[in-house]
Design a protein around this ligand. Structure first.
Ligand code: FAD
Length: 557
């Protein structure tokens, strides 16, 4: 066991590494350095502190320097910045920020957990007062104070990622009118665009204005003392404050300057034991690049769960245990003004880039049994491999029960389970919580039916070019209220007796409201020798791809 362990960064990864080390070794001399005034604070709680959901700042302090000392016998030096690593001498150079004095400290093992810094693009006006990023407790205080002192009414959030969405929600809580500017064609990049469309609609319904496909070009002071955020399209958005949330960059300066290897995505390269390219240095958290469980590529996933787990693995490794980090799968959840959005594994964009073959299904069940009051729709997308049915990723959006389904699928994905395993998963059920066939089971069944050839799937993107007959098996009134252009209506109850009206040579693509009746129809048609596939998720999925038809396309079962 190394005698002296120095840890750079005392929040998620660093603090969990330090505490685990002490649990494994009473002898180790452990010192944690952080350039900020706090260690072990809840960065994930910061947006809610800004939004006055968390009222007491002290609640954000998970553990103090004093607690580390008294409970764990770990020395914490806050406001001490580590400036350089001397790998030959196994020393670090530290600057005491209160005095500017520097000193050296020797190590037997060094752990880097410096996190990731918010990106601040060098745009004209970026340093104007009123433009904020959110990473630390002092950042959150500055935003709160600014809103209070200026009596801010209008906020622009630049970037529609996880933190951008959380900030939009919390600024709405404070009664600010909020505009989100996002240069991509969707918010929340872990989602595929048709799933993000559900979030766009919800944001608009909650009064948040969303400007997509437009990048910020500059910030200008406006005559009445506020700001104008000018975009590439030439529009100017007035704002009393701006929150920049356009992503984070791994803090790799220390590692780079010390000649440690970096990965292809710019994070510190580590192996499964969180070892860097130097045998005496480990690295964890947002700063590192880990293996992605699905693609096998390097992945920089700035999330608290991986940082904590990696901290533990590094501690085990330093203590000579054979610990291995399994890799990251980007499991994440985000609340957006009452809507829950969650995802795990790869999305279609990632799978295409990594040239991994996949199939897609959608389903739109209630979050619990429909007969029990209060069931809310849940929109779930599952990606799996065409041959063995290995789970590759899942995304879900809804008001209730979203994260529970994604958590189950996340665990299955990590264990390399298949859609056949989801079919068989035994999950808890009482009517107020789920269904005897839980949405996770149903997702497995739809996918497994497709792989067994019982219910072949059509792809939504093939709709226009397939030449297939498009068959809508809903009731005439539903069809009249809205349908896919070119579809023929033949309601399910009439299907058996009207089979002679259907073509035998041409393929049939069948759909209904959410995919249930079309599945029954498919089984009838398939058993009568028709060439037929279903469009997964029915009209409810179609309107995600074609939002303009939303008013026409009310989906049933
Ligand atoms: P950090 O927790 O960022 O800690 C790094 C520390 O190192 C910092 O305190 C920094 O001051 C210090 N440091 C850096 N360089 C030096 C140096 N040279 N010398 C001394 N000290 C140094 N993740 C989720 O999974 N769910 C969420 O809901 C979520 N919400 C978030 C909300 C916000 C506003 C933010 C900012 C992050 C959120 N995250 C969330 C991400 C999560 O907080 C990070 O993934 C996690 O904290 C990473 O841990 P880390 O130890 O790598 O880095």
């Amino acid at each position: 066991m190394a005698k002296k362990v120095l840890i750079v960064g005392g929040v998620a990864g660093g603090a969990s590494c330090a505490a685990r080390l002490r649990r494994l070794s009473e002898e180790a001399d452990i010192v944690v350095f952080d350039r900020g005034p706090y260690v072990s604070f809840a960065n994930c709680g910061l947006p809610y502190y800004v939004g006055n959901v968390i009222l007491d700042e002290k609640k954000l302090l998970v553990a103090s320097a004093d607690l580390f000392q008294t409970r764990f016998n770990i020395e914490v030096r806050t406001e001490h910045e580590v400036m350089a690593i001397d790998r030959e001498r196994r020393e670090i150079e530290v600057k005491r920020l209160s005095t500017g004095e520097t000193y050296r400290e020797r190590y037997d093992a060094l752990v880097l957990s410096p996190g990731a810094s918010p990106i601040r693009p060098p745009l004209p006006g970026i340093d104007l007062p009123g433009i904020f990023v959110l990473r630390t407790i002092p950042d959150s205080r500055r935003i709160k104070d600014w809103i209070g002192e200026r009596e801010a009414k209008r906020a622009v959030v630049v970037g529609g990622g996880l933190i951008g969405m959380e900030m939009a929600e919390n600024l709405v809580h404070l009664d600010l009118s909020v505009t989100v500017i996002e240069m991509l064609d969707q918010v929340l990049p872990p989602l595929d665009p048709e799933m993000a469309e559900l979030v766009h609609q919800h944001l608009q319904a909650k009064g948040v204005s969303v400007r997509l496909r437009d990048a910020v070009a500059s910030f200008e002071p406006s005559p009445e003392g506020a700001l104008a955020v000018r975009t590439k399209s030439g529009e100017a958005f007035p704002a009393d404050l701006v929150v920049l949330s356009i992503g984070v960059r791994p803090e790799t300066k220390l590692a780079r300057d010390a000649g440690l290897a970096l990965g292809e995505r710019g994070g510190i390269r580590v192996d499964e034991a969180m070892h860097t390219s130097d045998p005496y240095i480990w690295a964890v958290g947002d700063a590192v690049e880990s293996r992605d469980i699905v693609t096998g590529e390097g992945n920089v996933a700035p999330l608290a769960g991986p940082a904590n787990r990696q901290g533990r693995v590094a501690a085990d490794s330093i203590c000579g245990r054979d610990a291995r980090f399994r890799g990251v799968q980007s499991t994440a959840v985000c609340g957006v003004l009452g809507l829950t959005v969650a995802a795990t594994g790869a999305n279609e964009k990632t799978l295409r880039r990594a040239a991994i073959q996949y199939e897609v299904i959608y389903l739109h069940p209630g979050h619990h049994a429909g007969y029990y009051p209060g069931a809310k729709p849940l929109h779930l997308k599952l990606l799996f491999s065409p041959g063995e049915g290995r789970i590759l990723g899942a995304q879900a959006v809804g008001l209730e029960g979203v994260e529970k389904r994604i958590d189950v699928i996340a665990m299955a994905l990590q264990k390399q389970a298949t859609v056949f395993d989801l079919e068989e998963a035994e999950l808890c059920y009482a009517p107020q919580y789920g269904a005897a066939k839980d949405p996770v089971n149903v997702a497995g069944m739809i996918a497994a039916n497709a792989l067994r050839g019982d219910a072949p799937l059509a792809r939504w993107e093939d709709l226009a070019t397939s030449g297939a007959m498009l068959l809508d098996v809903r009731e005439p009134a539903e069809f009249a209220a809205g349908h896919i252009e070119g579809a023929v209506n033949l309601p399910l109850p009439q299907l058996r007796r009207r089979l002679p009206e259907l073509p035998r040579e041409r393929e049939i693509m069948v759909y209904c409201g959410v995919g249930q009746r079309s599945y029954y129809a498919l089984r009838i048609l398939a058993q009568h020798g028709f060439k037929v596939r279903t469009l997964p998720g029915g009209l409810s999925t179609y309107v995600q791809f074609h939002p303009r038809l939303t008013s026409a396309g009310k989906a049933g079962s």
